[in-house]
Every structure is written in structure tokens, then in C-alpha cells.
Ligand binder design. Structure first.
Ligand code: SF4
Length: 292
């Protein structure tokens, strides 16, 4: 198999075979991320993709699922992507479910008709690395994507019948804008109606511009308690039914389907953690994290 740089496997789809169709990230400038800093964006050579598919087919000829890599494999145009999906179906004829993480802006260069066609070829689910629904925050972290982009591209995915996830990056607005980040993200996500809302907490990794800004006093990170308070505000304002997934360092179990039925119990669990959680332990866990 031809893998280049960081390989991100969605932990919820851990049995999906991985197929790299691009290398690196087209943007590579989000202020909290170093995942693909050393890997310039490129399309994977078609012969490598074909060889990898032959290898997957030799091991799991009846594979029905697959995850596309790398950071934003859907950045390529429909005309480049469609032949790859056709090739997937040729080597794996039982294919039903193609999944990919990608940037919101990668949907812009595709029409709804093209998205429907990709769905017919098996593209069923996309994780969108939105991080926030608040324009100030998106600008602050150099996401190069606006709240309006998220709304517009999610509407296209909905019309095409492709399921999507939206991700909230807890803490990424710092103290300066925490409340607005939480409220505006929850409001925007609720409007977009994703099948899944995922939340992760900001860790300031070495080499990230956000860590440098924090060291110069230009960005004020949230304490562990403030992260939990921000997450609670986000949950309180989220009004769409969805699968809710969270990776908080506390390890409190908040993930599951039927968000609206569970919303009150999630808020209570967060309140309990805010009141009684061991914040030193949470900070120590975060300090030991090595990647997003
Ligand atoms: S967060 Fe995603 S879009 Fe931003 S630089 Fe990292 S991989 Fe690229």
C-alpha cells in the first residue's frame, strides 16, 4: 500500500480498508494543526491507486466499505474523482459505502448533480472538518472557510443525499471568544442538520502557530474547566437530532444516538464534571496527547 505522511483512520470505522487517493492537505494552514505540514498536497498517482485496490481486493475481495485518504481527498474535481470511484467499484464490486474526511470548501467545486452521481458510485458519508460555525473564530484560526460556506455546502450534500458530520473544536476560540464560538457553532450546526456532531478539545501541539501565539500572550487558552463550560453551552444551544460524539479528556461517556432525547442527561453529566471533575488530571492527559 502507498501511504504518505500521517494516516488518519476514523476510529468509528476502524474496520474500513484505507485507500489513499491524495497526499497531504490543500490548505495546510489551520493554526492548530501540524498533521500534514511536511507533506505537500498532490494527487496520488493513478497507478498507485490501482495497485492499492488490487492489494485490497486480494485480501478482502468482498469489501463493502472503504475510507478515502488523505486530509481532504474530495478536493479534486468531479472529473478526477469519478474515475477513481469507478475503479473502486471495478476492483471491489460489492462496494456500498465510501467514506471520507474532507474540508467544507472541497464541496464547492461540485454541483448537486455531480454529488448525486458520486453517491450513486458509493460515496455515502463525509466528515467535514468545520471546527466552528462562528465567522470570527474561523478567521482567527485561518480555516479559510466561512459560516456561509458551511451552510451552502451542507445544503448541497443534503440535496444530494450524502450524509455528513460536522465537528466542533472545543476551546479553539480561546477565552476571547469562547461564548460566541459555542453559541454560533451550535446554531449553525442545528440549521445544517448533520447526521453526526463530533466534538474534540483543543490541544496546543508544538509547532502550531496557535501555541506560538499563546506563548506570546496573543491567544489565551481555556482551562480544562472553561473547556467543559464551553462544551456545555454548545450542547445547550444544539437543537438538531443527531448522533452526538465527544472526545473529551475526562472520558465521561456522552456519545450516542438520539441527541435530543439525551440532551438533558448530557448537560447534567457536564455540570457534574464541571463541579467535581479532577481538572489537574484532565490537564495532565491533554499534555500527553501527541496528535489531534
Ligand atoms: S485541520 Fe484539516 S484542513 Fe486544516 S490544516 Fe489540518 S488537515 Fe488541513
Amino acid at each position: 500500500m502507498h501511504f504518505t505522511g500521517t494516516v488518519y483512520r476514523n476510529p468509528y470505522w476502524e474496520t474500513f480498508p484505507l485507500l489513499q487517493i491524495t497526499q497531504g492537505c490543500t490548505h495546510n494552514k489551520c493554526k492548530f494543526c501540524t498533521m500534514y505540514r511536511d507533506v505537500p498536497f498532490k494527487m496520488q498517482p493513478m497507478e498507485w491507486i490501482e495497485q492499492d485496490l488490487q492489494e485490497i481486493a486480494s485480501i478482502v475481495p468482498n469489501a463493502r466499505t472503504i475510507q478515502l485518504l488523505s486530509a481532504n481527498p474530495l478536493a479534486m474535481t468531479y472529473d478526477k474523482l469519478a474515475p477513481i470511484l469507478e475503479m473502486i467499484n471495478k476492483y471491489l464490486p460489492k462496494m456500498e459505502y465510501i467514506y471520507a474526511c474532507t474540508r467544507v470548501t472541497d464541496i464547492k467545486n461540485k454541483t448537486v448533480e455531480q454529488l448525486k452521481s458520486l453517491k450513486d458510485m458509493g460515496l455515502r458519508e463525509i466528515s467535514l472538518g468545520s471546527e466552528s460555525g462562528d465567522d470570527w473564530t474561523l478567521e482567527r484560526i485561518n480555516k479559510k472557510c466561512s459560516a456561509a460556506d458551511i451552510t451552502e455546502q451542507c445544503a448541497k450534500l443534503t440535496e444530494a443525499g450524502i450524509d455528513f458530520w460536522l465537528c466542533f473544536l472545543n476551546g479553539v476560540a480561546g477565552k476571547e471568544h469562547s461564548l460566541e464560538h459555542a453559541i454560533h457553532s451550535a446554531e449553525l450546526f442545528s440549521q445544517c442538520k448533520p447526521m453526526l456532531v463530533g466534538t474534540g478539545g483543543l490541544t496546543l501541539f508544538p509547532g502550531t502557530p496557535l501555541l506560538e501565539e499563546a506563548q506570546k500572550g496573543e491567544f489565551t487558552p481555556l482551562s480544562e474547566k472553561e473547556m467543559l463550560i464551553e462544551l456545555k453551552v454548545f450542547v445547550e444551544h444544539l437543537t438538531c437530532d443527531c448522533y452526538f460524539n465527544t472526545h473529551h479528556t475526562s472520558g465521561i461517556h456522552l456519545s450516542g444516538s438520539d441527541f435530543l432525547k439525551r440532551k438533558d442527561s448530557i448537560i447534567k453529566a457536564l455540570e457534574h464534571e464541571i463541579e467535581h471533575g479532577d481538572m489537574d488530571r484532565l490537564a495532565a492527559i491533554r499534555q500527553n496527547k501527541r496528535s489531534l
